[in-house]
Structures are given as C-alpha cells and as structure tokens.
Design a protein around this ligand. Structure first.
Ligand SMILES: Cc1ncc(COP(=O)(O)O)c(C=O)c1O
Length: 365
C-alpha cells in the first residue's frame, strides 16, 4: 500500500484485526502462552509472549511502516531497546558515540559497556571533519541523537551514514526527538533506529516503551534472536497503549511544533532568557541568568509540570543537570552547556497562550 503518513499511523500498511469479531481496535492478547497445533507448529506463529504476541506484533508493524524499517522490535523501555542494540557488539568493538546523549545512554556505556569491553569514544558528530578523523577502519558503529538532548545540536544523517558505511560500520540513530513524522533516518542511510517510545510515539505520558527498527533483514533477525533471549519485550497492555497513542501522532506533532514556535518566540522576547535552543519538534531548551532563577521557575510553574520525560500531551519542564544528565561527567556537561542555568521544556498540546501565561507567572514569582 502507498498510504500517507497520517493514514499509516492509524492503519499501518493496511493490516486488519484477525480475531474474527470484526473489532475496529486491535485487541489486547493478555496471554503468556499459545496452544500448539502439532510439535513445533503454532497457529499464526505465536508461541510464548516473551518472543512474540499479536498485540505487540501489530504495534511493531505500524512502527516499521512509519520508520520504513524491514522489522521493528518493541521493548519495555527505550533503555531496554538501546541495551539490546549494544548486545550486537563483542569485547574490543570500537564505537563512536555522539558527545551529547541522553544521560541514561552515557550511564549504560560507562557502567555496563565498559565492563563488557566496548571501546567507546565520544565525538562531535555535528562536525564532519572531527568525525572523519575519529572514524577508524575497525570502527563497528556510530551512534548519535539528532537533535541532541538537551542542547538540540544537529548531525547530518546521510553524510554520517556514508562515512560509517565506508569502513563497514553501522549507523545507529536515536529518533526519539523528531519521530518519523519529521525525520526518517533509514531513508537517509541509517541501519538501525532506536526510540524511547515513552515519548512522542506513545505520546500521553502513561506508558514506558522502546523500539529498535532495522533497515535490513540480517539485522532484523539478530534483534529477534536478542530480544527473545534477553527478554525485555513490551507487554500486550503497553503495546495496546502505544498503538492507541500512535493513531494521533501526526496531529500531535503538528500541534507540538506550532505550540513550541509560539513559546520560543515568547522566550526570545524575555530579557531574563539568555539562549534558546530549538531544532524542530516540540522540544525547547533555554538558559536563564542564574541557578536560583532556574529553580524558582521550576518550583512555580502550575499548568506545566516540573518533571522528567517529554513528548506527551502535558507540558513538562525538566532540569537536565540534575534530572536527566546527573551521570554525565562534570567536564563534559560544562563543555556541552548542560549547566545549572539550563531548563528543558517539552511543549505539550495545551493552548499555547496558557503555556506562555504559566511561564510568565513563574518567571515573575
Ligand atoms: C533521547 C532519548 N533516548 C532514550 C531515552 C531512554 O528511554 P526510556 O526512558 O523510555 O527508557 C530517553 C529518555 O528520556 C531519551 O530522552
């Protein structure tokens, strides 16, 4: 089928519910196991829910359709998805990491990757010259977020894909911030796309989930084996919630973006705001004059919630230095501008004037 993006959010590639009851919405198959027909033969290939489940498969097919992936595996969190991606590599593997990553990924590499012998190196992927010098003939992968979290720096995906492929390395892109609505890394040459599906894909701040999307059949097979073996796959109920959220992804992303542009214009007009970082989507970071002022704003917002996470219907304000990036070494945080004056706003889909009025009263409190 050649459906448009917003149609695929609702119908995927045109899949229908196979339950025989003509349900419009795909049911939650809340079962751990499935009966066998004959030894080694199951109806529709379902055997045991850790390995596969119809509700999860339905969601995975929708995400594959949106990301132009050969296959997608849904995990119980973004970090479960990302941890499984690093299971591809053996001790000694050289991996280049974008230097501005979600703090949990830095913690994963520092606390677990190092122990497992991964030879990782942070590099400014936004600068092709720097990347060119850092990439080695034995580099196995380049991994980054674009735009970055929280300082919104952008890497050229197709150029980086070419550089990675020249040495036979995989390109892995975290597409959480842009979502497939604004950016399709696989179409630009990425081999693997990861998501914290907790964010825009689910979109309602009520589910934790993650995805690994593969550009090739070979990678897809490896992730199927890894996910059934390590076992952090998504539950049927959470799969249902994410599928339900996905139906409105296109609508929500338009509203997140238009709200963010309105909030950005207001922030840029405030003399207490020093820098505003915005690269599309619904995410804005900004700096204020002092740490005291940043904390005052966090403690005085009323409609906006002072909380970690992003990408949901509700606007959330986060203090990256303490909440999302505490495990990033201090020198690295300083270099990247993740200071005690930096705030990150996930602009929700409320009326923009209500969000701005709330910021106004928190600034003036
Ligand atoms: C860009 C990005 N990637 C990955 C993750 C990890 O996802 P999760 O919290 O669903 O485990 C996050 C979490 O905030 C994130 O912001």
């Amino acid at each position: 089928m050649n459906y448009a993006f917003d149609t695929r959010c609702i119908h995927g590639e045109g899949h229908k519910t196979p339950d025989g009851n003509n349900a419009i919405c795909y049911p939650i198959y809340q079962t751990a196991s499935f009966s066998h027909l004959t030894p080694g033969h199951n109806l529709n290939g379902f055997d045991y829910t850790r390995e596969s489940n119809p509700t999860r498969s339905y969601l995975e097919e929708t995400v594959s359709s949106l990301e132009h992936a050969v296959d997608t595996v849904a995990f119980s969190s973004g970090m479960a998805a990302i941890s499984t991606v690093f299971e591809l590599f053996s001790p000694g593997a050289h991996i280049l990491l974008g230097e501005d990553l979600y703090g949990g990924v830095v913690r994963l590499l520092e606390q677990v990757g190092k122990k497992n012998g991964i030879d990782f190196e942070y590099v400014d992927t936004t600068d092709p010259e720097v990347l060119k010098k850092a990439i080695r003939p034995d580099t196995k992968a380049v991994y980054f977020e674009t735009p970055t979290n929280p300082t919104m720096r952008v890497t050229d995906i197709s150029l980086t894909a070419k550089m990675a492929h020249d040495v036979g390395a995989f390109l892995i892109v975290d597409n959480t911030f842009m979502t497939p609505y604004f950016q399709n890394p696989i179409l630009e040459g990425a081999d693997i796309v990861v998501h914290s599906g907790t964010k825009y894909l689910s979109g309602h701040n009520d589910t934790v989930c993650g995805f690994v999307c593969s550009a090739t059949k070979e990678l897809a097979e490896r992730f199927r084996l890894l996910s059934k073996t390590t076992g952090a796959t998504l539950s049927p109920f959470d799969s249902f919630l994410c599928q339900r959220g996905l139906k409105t992804l296109a609508l929500r992303m338009e509203k997140h973006r238009s709200n963010a542009l309105a909030v950005k214009a207001w922030l840029e007009s405030k003399k207490q705001v020093k820098d505003v970082y915005y690269a599309g989507s619904g995410m804005i970071s900004f700096t204020v004059e002092s740490a005291e002022q940043a904390v005052k704003i966090l403690q005085n917002v009323k409609l906006i919630t002072f909380a970690e996470s992003l990408g949901g219907t509700e606007s959330l304000l986060t203090y990256p230095t303490v909440q999302t990036h505490p495990d990033v070494p201090a020198a690295q945080k300083e270099k990247l501008g993740i200071t005690d004056k930096l705030l990150r706003l996930s602009v929700g889909i409320e009326t923009p004037n209500d969000i701005i009025a709330d910021l106004e009263q928190a600034f003036d409190a």
